[in-house]
Design a protein. Structure first.
Lengths: 161, 287
């Protein structure tokens, strides 16, 4: 039995008729055509599919689109505001926190959550926060540096305000 | 990986969920956070015809003190347990367990009730629930039924929940006097599950151990209370020698899991070592 859901993704409200077994990541990629969110392991281990649902970073391969009915979702496409990269995005840019880029959307979404909850994390806290995101290229060193850089950017921004 | 087809119903209240479960019986599964159930459905290990989602029932998400107990609603996420000021103050074992569970995204969505009801043999919560001598409240059309944690975990992926029952709440008895708690685990490097996880809840008076709860997960097809470790502690001074001697009984009388990552012999050794470490940390926190 199909089900109608209403989900606000990156500020736009969508109404779609879906099969209950449609995963949130498939809804985002295949129905809404937002392909920035990646499908990696499909077993909630790698974190490539991380998006924010009602402000919480979740693995969208382990959530039904139906569970997101009525929710607000932010994907990697919705992170930059007014044509300006989110501090985590520019941190990854400046510190080259990627090689192939496959894990990057998930890494950035998870990092944004880490900094939202803890604006001044230690390297260890960043690594603990990113336990659910696998990168097979970088060895994580540049990713941690990118997140630290983002933390500094966000702090100086909030001081400026 | 796509689950087999099913009907999805978002219950608006616990009463509605109970009545839906009574209608659909064995065809239905209860969906909490979905972090155990959905992976199993994607692998088609489970193919329920109906999913009853508790996700919209806000009143199942709480952490409170009531009637001398701590009460945690089934839909409370691991993250909410991890960051609860109340729990950090009165029952730090629960936040300490939560922070080692899965990863940040899993903790954001997964729930304590869902995990306990799933009863994965390598899940973290059962160890803590057992060490704390918790009670599990199951509810159905017949009303509430309170089940001791020690009788709740029956077998691998099997609990004492009966058809038609929904896990509604977890109750932790209030501590008497000062307690020392700890959770330590050997984390599987890929899955994050506990290869061995040991939760300890000690109470002492005048330097002697008054009570000891030791819950162990990952070692056996179901989590268990390590009775011989506990009896080796009770009434004794909690010195290094006592802790070490007691910990040697960590895997007494249980079937020990063996898999590609850890043989039974290795797991048994890990259980002994990690029980000793958990006891040492918990004892040091008594002071």
């Amino acid at each position: 039995m199909k089900k109608t859901i209403s989900v606000t993704v990156n500020g736009v409200t969508h109404q779609n008729e879906i099969e209950p077994r449609l995963l949130l990541v498939q809804y985002i990629r295949d129905v809404l055509n937002l392909t920035g969110t990646h499908v990696g392991c499909e077993t909630s281990l790698c974190g490539a599919c991380t998006v924010m649902v009602d402000g919480q970073a979740v693995k969208s391969c382990t959530m039904l689109a139906a569970q997101a009915d009525g929710s607000t979702v932010t994907t990697i496409e919705g992170l930059a505001q007014g044509g300006e990269l989110h501090p985590v995005q520019s941190g990854f840019w400046e510190h080259h926190g990627l090689q192939c880029g496959y894990c990057t959307p998930g890494m950035i979404m998870a990092s944004a959550q880490i900094l939202q909850r803890n604006p001044d994390p230690t390297d260890e806290e960043i690594r603990h926060g990113l336990e659910g995101n696998l990168c097979r290229c970088t060895g994580y060193q540049n990713i941690v540096q990118a997140v630290q850089c983002a933390a500094k950017k966000m702090k100086s921004k909030s001081v400026a305000r | 990986m796509i689950p087999a087809s099913f009907d999805y119903i978002a219950a608006k209240s616990l009463d509605e969920a109970i009545s839906l479960l009574a209608t659909h019986k064995d065809d239905a599964k209860i969906l909490a956070g979905g972090h155990s159930l959905l992976p199993a459905m994607k692998l088609r290990l489970m193919q329920p015809k109906v999913l009853i989602d508790l996700g919209r029932i806000k009143e199942l998400s709480y952490i409170k003190e009531e009637a001398g107990q701590l009460r945690i609603g089934a839909m409370t996420t691991h993250f909410q347990v991890e960051t609860s000021d109340l729990l950090r103050r009165v029952c730090p074992l629960l936040p300490e367990t939560a922070t080692q569970l899965g990863d940040m995204q899993v903790r954001n969505k997964g729930t304590i009730g869902g995990s306990v009801a799933h009863s994965d043999p390598a899940a973290d919560w059962p160890a803590a629930i057992l060490a704390l001598d918790a009670e599990i409240v199951a509810t159905s059309a017949r009303g509430d039924r309170v089940i001791k944690a020690t009788s709740f975990f029956v077998e691998m992926l099997t609990t004492a929940l009966e058809p038609g029952e929904i896990l509604r709440e977890i109750r932790i008895p209030g501590g008497k006097g000062k307690s020392g708690q700890a959770y330590v685990k050997v984390r599987h490097p890929a899955s994050g599950f506990a290869v061995v996880g040991v939760a300890v809840n000690l109470a002492a008076d005048g330097g002697k151990c008054q009570s000891a709860g030791v819950g162990i997960t990952g070692v056996s097809p179901k989590a268990y209370r390590a009775a011989n470790v506990e009896s080796g502690l009770k009434g004794n001074a909690l010195d290094a020698k006592t802790l070490s001697a007691a910990a040697a009984h960590a895997a007494d009388g249980v079937d020990i899991n063996s898999d590609l990552y850890a043989s039974a012999e290795y797991r048994k050794q890990l259980a002994t070592v990690y029980t000793r470490r958990a006891l040492e940390i918990a004892a040091s926190r008594l002071k």
